[in-house]
Design a protein. Structure first.
Length: 179
C-alpha cells in the first residue's frame, strides 16, 4: 500500500502556516478533509470542497463534502466520501485547492510531495509536520464591522455592570428571614 505525503498550506499573509499530512492511496477525500480539520484545529461543521488544480492554482473539477447533485441537473458533482485519493492524484507536483467554510472562506493550497512506503506503526491519515499556529476559526472581532464592534463593547460593558450589581446585591443574604 502506498502512502502519499501532501503539504497543506493555509492562505495567510502574516506567516507560513502548513501541515504535512500522510494518507494512504485508498483513503477518501472525506478522510483527508477530516484530517485537515484536525490538523488546523477547526470544527467540522461547515461545508467544504476540494478542487483539482493546475500549476497556477486555478480550480478545476470539484469534490464536495455533501452531495450537491440535483435530480434534474446534468452536472455530476463528485462527493468526497466516494472519491479515492489514489484515483485523482498520480504523483509529485499534483495540486488541489481546498475551500472550507464558504462564509468565511478558508482557502488551503495542497501539493502532492512524495510517495512513501507504509509504516506499520503509523495510523493513517497522519499529521507528520506542523509549521505555524492555527488561527482561530471564528474570530468574533474579525467578523464584526466597526459599528458592530462598538455595540459589542457596549454590551460587554453593560454585562460587567450588571454582574457587579448582582454581586453587590445582598438582598438574598436575608433569605432565611422570609421563611
Amino acid at each position: 500500500m502506498k502512502v502519499y505525503r501532501f503539504r497543506v498550506l493555509l492562505q495567510n499573509e502574516d506567516e507560513d502556516i502548513f501541515r504535512d499530512i500522510d494518507v494512504q492511496e485508498n483513503h477518501t477525500l472525506e478522510e483527508f478533509h477530516d484530517c485537515i480539520q484536525t490538523a488546523f484545529e477547526f470544527d467540522n461543521s461547515q461545508m467544504a470542497s476540494f478542487y483539482l488544480s493546475d500549476a497556477k492554482w486555478n480550480k478545476g473539477e470539484e469534490f464536495t463534502l455533501f452531495d450537491m447533485n440535483e435530480g434534474d441537473s446534468s452536472e455530476d458533482i463528485k462527493v468526497m466520501k466516494d472519491t479515492i485519493i489514489g484515483a485523482i492524484t498520480s504523483g509529485a507536483g499534483d495540486r488541489l485547492v481546498y475551500i472550507f467554510d464558504f462564509m468565511n472562506v478558508w482557502k488551503f493550497y495542497i501539493e502532492f510531495v512524495q510517495i512513501l512506503p507504509m509504516e506499520p506503526k503509523i495510523k493513517y491519515p497522519a499529521i507528520i509536520n506542523v509549521e505555524g499556529n492555527s488561527p482561530k476559526q471564528y474570530d468574533v472581532e474579525m467578523l464584526l464591522s466597526d459599528d458592530e464592534e462598538e455595540i459589542s463593547e457596549v454590551l460587554k460593558s453593560a454585562n460587567r455592570i450588571l454582574e457587579e450589581d448582582l454581586i453587590e446585591d445582598d438582598s438574598f443574604d436575608d433569605y432565611n428571614d422570609y421563611n
